[in-house]
Design a protein around this ligand. Structure first.
Ligand code: SF4
Ligand code: SF4
Ligand code: FES
Length: 539
């Protein structure tokens, strides 16, 4: 039987002189965006309904007598649309003059300066001078609860925040009170936004500095921040994010749109749980236990040559503890090293908590497992152990006398004798906890924020992240350390790039071999089913 195909009905229009064909029903603002034209807007947001109330997006459509709001007007066949016509610009200039009637000139102290839509549009097409002589309205600021502060004077009443709480969070805690020029956004209850896990998204979507984050308040100026695409490490959802950094520290985290994973949103738990990425006191050089039993810093080549020699003499299998905060490339490389030394069992530990769904985009949940790569660890044959706090479960390793690997797990809960009886104890990680001091080799690894790599999320979507911070001292990605080691004990070349390390994963888990690094892009790609799910997966 011939396959049925449904042809998409299209219309052809011209926007600012550019002819383009778009699906029927496309809004003018979206068609303009496809042509690379950013029509000014406040109330429109692609993740929310369009009330067309800010009048900032007015454009001229030939043969239509009145200006059309681009956020609700749909493109019709033959439309000639001008976003920069004299009429459109004059109307928008008037709209901006009204916005500035009460807006304070707060830019020097406003957190939004540098990424504020009022600042941008005023400088692009606003009037040179306002005509108002009267004093501006002063409303002051309000603590909305949670992480959110409200600077009422700066609000342009676009209602994005109200619509987010109503339509996406489906927890209507914000509303517009009063009427006309007196209207203002307010919370209804004493607790305000307290207890809603998604409330900080309103800070992202506020087009001006009316809603700001308490955590970020006056910490950095927008233009001083570097922005790196990444993946939230704090649960198995794997929300797409940007790490915003300055002075080699993460200053804040913002969501990055991905309709398959998190739409435009992320949870407050993930957003505000970044201080651990900035933690100092890292291991900065490879340490090797010398003849006197002391751990001494050595060069990478000395450490890895000595370790390869030690591993060549111990082919009776190994045991391992890995952290689900480590990348697929790191964990897969450890699995390959273990296979080279005769195989062995491995475990991981993860903190768990309550699952919380975003009702308006229900495939987005703060997941029970509070680490990004639980599913990656399971794919490489590591099994869950320990309690709900991510502690315990590895007591049996204390008396293990074979080859013991620890990758990324901080061993914070185990006593100082852990690993002391191991024939060979290799610690690849970030901090020298008392138990890690028993290792024969301590090898400093980078965190996800300092390297390129991938995590596998709850949907089995493999997603890339990029380096946002400089590495401390001589730390290297664990895939690189273990790759050089593999080359030393086997007969293959060491991976030179994260792409090489990713492609090597196909030799341990065939489903990874079906994905190409270049195809992962910024949005990731799904691992084929069936999933090799380990015992006790909780999501
Ligand atoms: S607080 Fe911000 S998002 Fe809410 S209505 Fe005002 S300007 Fe819009
Ligand atoms: S849902 Fe999970 S991945 Fe998304 S922001 Fe929250 S903690 Fe991070
Ligand atoms: S964006 Fe169109 S009216 Fe607000």
């Amino acid at each position: 039987m011939a396959e049925e195909t449904t042809a998409i009905e299209t219309v052809t229009c011209t926007i600012d002189g550019m002819e383009m064909t778009v699906p029927k029903g496309t809004r003018i603002i979206d068609a303009a965006a496809m042509a690379g034209i950013d029509a000014p807007h406040y109330c429109y947001h692609p993740g929310l309904s369009s009330p067309a109330q800010c009048r900032m997006c007015l454009v001229e459509v030939e043969k239509v007598p009145k200006l059309v709001p681009a956020c609700t007007g749909q493109v019709a066949d033959g439309n000639v649309i001008r976003t920069q016509s004299e009429n459109a610009l004059k109307a928008r200039e008037g709209v901006l003059e009204f916005y500035m009637v009460n807006h304070p000139l707060d830019c020097p102290v406003c957190d939004q300066a540098g990424e504020c839509k009022l600042q941008d549009y005023i400088s692009a097409e606003g009037p040179a001078m306002g005509r108002l002589k009267e004093p501006k309205r002063v409303l002051g600021r309000d603590d909305f609860g949670g992480d959110v502060l409200f600077y009422a004077d700066r609000c342009v009443m676009c209602t994005r925040c109200v619509r987010f709480m109503r339509e996406v969070a489906q927890d209507e805690r914000l509303g517009v009170v009063q009427r006309g020029s007196r209207n203002v956004i307010d919370t209804f209850f004493d607790e305000g936004l307290d207890g809603n896990l998604w409330a900080d998204n309103i800070v992202d979507i506020c087009p001006v500095g009316a809603l700001v984050s308490k955590d970020f308040l006056h910490k950095a100026r927008a233009w001083d921040l570097d922005r790196t695409p990444s993946v939230c490490p704090n649960c198995t959802q794997g929300c797409n994010i940007r790490l915003e950094t300055r002075d080699n520290q993460v200053m804040r985290i913002k969501p990055r749109p991905n309709e398959e994973v998190n739409s435009h949103w992320m949870c407050d738990f993930g957003r505000l749980n970044y201080q651990w990425i900035n933690r100092g006191g890292r291991i900065e050089a490879p340490l090797v236990r010398d003849a006197s039993g002391r751990l001494s810093p050595v060069s990478w080549s000395e450490a890895l040559t000595k370790l390869a020699d030690a591993l060549r003499g111990s082919r009776a299998g190994a045991k391992a503890v890995v952290s689900p905060f480590m990348a697929n490339e790191d964990i897969g490389a450890l699995r390959r090293v273990m296979e080279q030394v005769g195989g062995g069992s491995g475990v991981f530990r993860v903190e768990t908590g309550e699952e919380v769904t975003l009702p308006g985009f229900p495939s987005l949940k703060l997941r029970t497992d509070r680490a990004a790569n639980v599913h990656g660890a399971e794919a490489f044959g590591f099994t869950r152990t320990g309690d709900a706090d991510g502690n315990g479960g590895i007591a049996d390793l204390s008396s293990f006398d074979g080859t013991l690997f620890v990758l990324g797990d901080e061993l914070a809960d185990v006593d100082a004798t852990f690993g002391a009886s191991a024939g060979l104890f290799v610690y690849v990680g970030h901090f020298l906890a008392p138990a890690a001091r028993n290792a024969h080799f301590v090898l400093p690894a980078t965190t996800f924020a300092e390297m390129e790599g991938t995590f596998t999320n709850v949907q089995r979507r493999v997603q890339r992240f990029w380096p946002a911070l400089q590495v401390p001292g001589m730390a290297r990605p664990a895939w690189q350390i273990l790759g050089v080691l593999l080359a030393g004990i086997g007969d293959e070349g060491a991976p030179g790039t994260a792409a090489d390390a990713f492609h090597a994963l196909g030799s341990v888990r065939p489903e990874f071999g079906t994905l190409q690094w270049a195809d992962l892009g910024a949005g990731g790609a799904l691992l084929p089913q069936p999933a090799a799910v380990g015992a006790g997966t909780q999501g």
